[in-house]
Write a protein of this length. Sequence first.
Length: 748
Amino acid sequence: MPDPFDLNELATPAHDAPAAYLETLNDRQRQAVEALDGPVLVLAGAGTGKTRVLTTRLAHLLATGRAYPSQILAVTFTNKAAREMQERVGRLIGGVVEGMPWLGTFHAVAAKILRRHAELVGLKSNFTILDTDDQIRLLKQVIAAADLDEKRWPARGLAGLIDQWKNRGLTPDKIGAGEAQRFADGRGAMLYKAYQERLRTLNAVDFGDLLLHNLTIFQQHPDVLADYQRRFRYILVDEYQDTNISQYLWLRLLAQQHRNICCVGDDDQSIYGWRGAEVGNILRFEADFPGAKVIRLEQNYRSTPQILAAAAGLIAENKGRLGKTLWTEAGHGEKVVVRGVWDGPEEARVVAEMIERLQAQGHALREIAVLVRAGFQTREFEERFLNIGLPYRIIGGPRFYERLEIRDALAYLRLIHQGNDDLAFERIINTPKRGLGPAALQALHITARTGQMPLLRAAQALLETEDLKPAARRALGQFVADIERWRGLMEAVSHIQLAETVLEESGYIALWREDRSPEAPGRLENLAELVRAMSAFDNLGGFLEHVSLVMENNEGGGDDKVSVMTLHAAKGLEFNTVFLPGWEEGVFPNQRALDEGGAPALEEERRLGYVGLTRARRRAIILHAANRQVFGKWQSSLPSRFIDDLPVEHVVHEGGAGLYRGRVKTWEQEAPDEHLMAWTAPRRRPAVIEATPRRAPVVESPSFNIGERVFHDKFGYGTVRAVDGNKLEIEFEHGAPKRVMAGFVRAA
């Protein structure tokens, strides 16, 4: 086996490549495989055979003798993708591929390099890589050492911020005053530096350090960089659109000598900006590598022409893209269906009924998926599927009632409803943190065992003794008093009001509001959905019994189950039938994403829609509801602006005419089925909308003109850019343009 660290190792001369593995490729794919010299960007559209091209190119390099396995750097984002690549290459060239030390994830390859040069950044080669829990524990120590209140400035929030900085290649000395201000009143950079020093003392790194330390070594030690530049004759990169800035800088440095870098990706599927991915990396490839060859893979082997055309119309509205036109030799197929429904529960019923019809026609459930924008949307589908006995699986996360924040909230409600529930007591006694240490908890358990009483009663008994320190006594006393007060509210307020009160007064909502991690907003959305779910029940006991029955459900159905997941989790998957619910303003595109990210976030939201549509092989069904219930209150919803982007000739609309009061543009019959209708309005402006839902009182809305300055209580000042009845498109001074009802703004 060749020595991966032998710089004198030379590749054998190239010879004629075997034709067998090339003959299965189409013309564009073969071009991408055979273009071995110089920088190459392969723009691989959805379903165009990206993985086949990447693995065949790697096999071609080996089969033609262009490089030994140890002279090829091939990086992916997952271990699964790396294993699959190695296995496929072995099948293509007729044997197990060995001696490929530089095929793996970004983190795995960077860790290997760092262990060889650890001393250059103050570490030893046997350093430890911390997991998230250890990282949080260490950051808590750093925050405490700085004499900061961890409740106000949580370690998890600092961890998320430091991760962002490392993804951008920023060491502590590069954090400016503005960035430092994002945590602890300007002390973010100081805490980051203290954390890094503590890591070095422990001879440890976190995952962000792996690339960051590599960059430091390459930039401060040119001889080491030159070593790796000579070594890596060819560089292959999978999913280039998902690289962050650190990964981008790392690749650019390594590719400077031979310039034989091939990046495979799709700018239209860049959907991970929230975790550091930078779509600009792929957009500026030609500028980074002058003379680069760009090869577009456009023949799709997955979807029908109708689905591809609808997806193309949607993504064409984005400005930040290189552009490609997908086509297929598949049959014409069904048009994309856009179905309007009255509310969320009806949406779940409609989807379940359509799935049952497909199942009755012989369609396998495992070939059906429900793709949602946010995790909270899964609850109504889960409950509907459970009620009718339709087997399902949640992909990429736990079921709704199994999520951490939902279990915590339910534990509070269970203990209030049933004071003897020790499991609920143990779960929440220190959630959020109350300063009850191991000694206090041990005393509590001893009291319970000795007196053979439940923990809540034991807590009351313990408070009557002198066994606890003053701080612990105060914390436990407050907790017991809170539980008793909330139990007293059970008869005075509705179970919905009770839940809202408990979540606020316990500090549990504040816990997640203050958390700066990417998961925190989704957890708050899930808690809001939990409160909303309670409105379907007469009392707290009935709701808790329902949850218990749901949790005990074994799903059944063997392996044949409907897949339910978020759009983010669906990337890389495909199904015969895809349901896309919740296409409404505020839900999709997600309002929080737009508020935080502005115009770039809107383009990423649109790319998410493109990803969702292109998961479908045969049929795609988009749904939008005229009403959504939020925190127990009904709100009217506008159909997503993305529906306007779908080409009318490839879409049929169902059920929209009766959902909205006021002016409805012309409809015409599309097919013998009277429920399938197509818009006759011009492309980009399909019919439905004057946005007052049916059965709602008609309220006179103020009129506004284009160019008029207005004020919104939440979004602030803005300028009217378009008027459609009582629906306004407003460009606000802060954040992305939004569509709002005229009744919610006033003249500025």
